[in-house]
Design a protein around this ligand. Structure first.
Ligand code: N2P
Length: 402
């Protein structure tokens, strides 16, 4: 457990900084109480919800395969959390997947109604500043104050967790087939972005289809911040990605882990839990439960030496929600100690839920690809909301995809 405390100390510094960006997007926090009219509509409805209350079915909008349910929950031998919620609270859940923060934002912006969405840290800032999020009613979500590690209770992107509750946190890196890249001790982003280093795997490489992530990794490779507001640097990163069109197989955020395990790619940019969960899923056991084949023998995960991204994904209630009480009851349900552990035991992402730790599998807590060592944490950067530069990044990424 000692190792985790050292890691958390580094993480604390990173997280506290992750809202203090160079744009002016965070200034609204804290100054609203005295001047604003009493809340109306969805905010008033959310404020009136009592703990455990429901007001209709739950419409959940989440990243692909990011919550255990259906056949995948069975395969991973963990609780089906949606079925469990339905059973405990008597409300049906509809789950829809999205593939990037920006795709989710576009839907909410266009008025699509969801009760709970799962934005990453920087997107909480974007959505809050666009008045797209309901302020959480803490009385209806007691687990937010009771169970969340102190480190995650006052993050820079959302001081005091007023608009968001942390869901999982993780890193961005490279999943690879052993033997496909030379130096597995010091993997460089060059295996994706540099023509010569990528050559042995040409046609067997995938990149995320994600404005901030894909540009972010290219920026890191070039030695820049993944939050740079310098247009020349963003252009340079976009040009670099454009050049990879010669040797990559796909931009993919939704099934890259199976592309890797099935041999369609050898090297892939992606999120740690998606890779590690897949390596576990393909592990085989005999009748006595002994491992006969381990995915970890064939595949690895690395955070490149040039540095990379760390992120916190959160649960939030968009102002388009129809069922704010069910939404808050669901958030409280996910923040339960055992349910939070189920999430991590399925996702292979680290948990912000301190009360969950005793229920998380030992091998996950001990895995430095999931709970990184402090030296690794020190080369990670959180994404910040870019304010006026958001569109510039979006256009650059469109251009980069060719
Ligand atoms: C879901 C992974 C989502 C993590 N497959 C993105 N921050």
């Amino acid at each position: 457990m000692k190792r985790i405390f050292a890691l958390l100390a580094v993480m604390a510094l990173l997280l506290a900084a992750c809202g203090t960006d160079t744009t002016e997007t965070t200034e609204a926090t804290g100054g609203t109480e005295t001047t604003e009219a009493p809340p109306e509509g969805i905010q008033a409805a959310a404020n009136a919800c009592e703990v455990g209350a429901t007001d209709g079915p739950l419409n959940l909008y989440n990243w692909t395969d990011y919550i255990p349910t259906g056949p995948l929950a069975e395969e991973f031998e963990v609780d089906d959390l949606l079925a469990k919620f339905e059973e405990e609270h008597g409300e049906e859940v509809t789950l829809t997947f999205f593939n990037s923060n920006e795709a989710m934002l576009a839907q909410i912006d266009a008025g699509a109604s969801y009760d709970v969405v799962v934005p990453s840290d920087y997107m909480v800032v974007t959505m809050r500043d666009a008045d797209l999020l309901v302020e959480l009613n803490r009385a209806a979500i007691p687990n937010l104050d009771a169970n969340i590690a102190e480190l995650f209770s006052n993050p820079g992107y959302d001081p005091g967790n007023r608009f968001s509750a942390p869901y999982q946190w993780g890193t961005t890196g490279i999943g690879y087939l052993y033997g496909s890249i030379d130096d597995t001790e010091g993997v460089s982003w060059g295996v994706l972005f540099d023509e010569e280093m990528a050559a042995p795997n040409a046609g067997f490489i995938s990149l995320l289809d994600d404005t901030r992530e894909t540009l972010g990794s290219a920026l890191k490779y070039l030695g820049y911040s993944l939050n740079t507001l310098n247009k020349d640097e963003v252009d340079e990163a976009a040009d670099l990605i454009l050049s990879t069109n010669e040797w990559i197989a796909a931009f993919n955020s939704t099934s890259y882990w199976t592309l890797l395990s099935s041999g369609e790619v050898n090297v892939s940019q992606g999120w740690n839990g998606d890779f590690l969960g897949e390596y576990d899923r393909i592990t085989e056991y005999d009748a006595d439960g002994e491992v006969t084949y381990s995915g970890y023998d064939d595949f690895g995960y690395a955070i490149p030496i040039e540095g990379s991204a760390a992120w916190v994904d959160t649960m939030a209630i968009p102002t388009t929600a129809d069922h704010p009480c069910t939404a808050q009851t669901f958030i409280n349900f996910i923040l339960d100690a055992e349910n939070g552990a189920t999430l991590t035991n399925f996702n292979y992402y680290a948990s912000p839920n301190e009360a969950s730790e005793e229920f998380i599998y030992e091998e996950i807590i001990e895995d430095p690809s999931i709970y990184p060592v402090p030296e690794t944490m020190a080369i990670l950067e959180f994404f910040l909301d870019l304010g006026d530069m958001n569109n510039y990044y979006a256009d650059a990424f469109t251009r980069a995809k060719g």
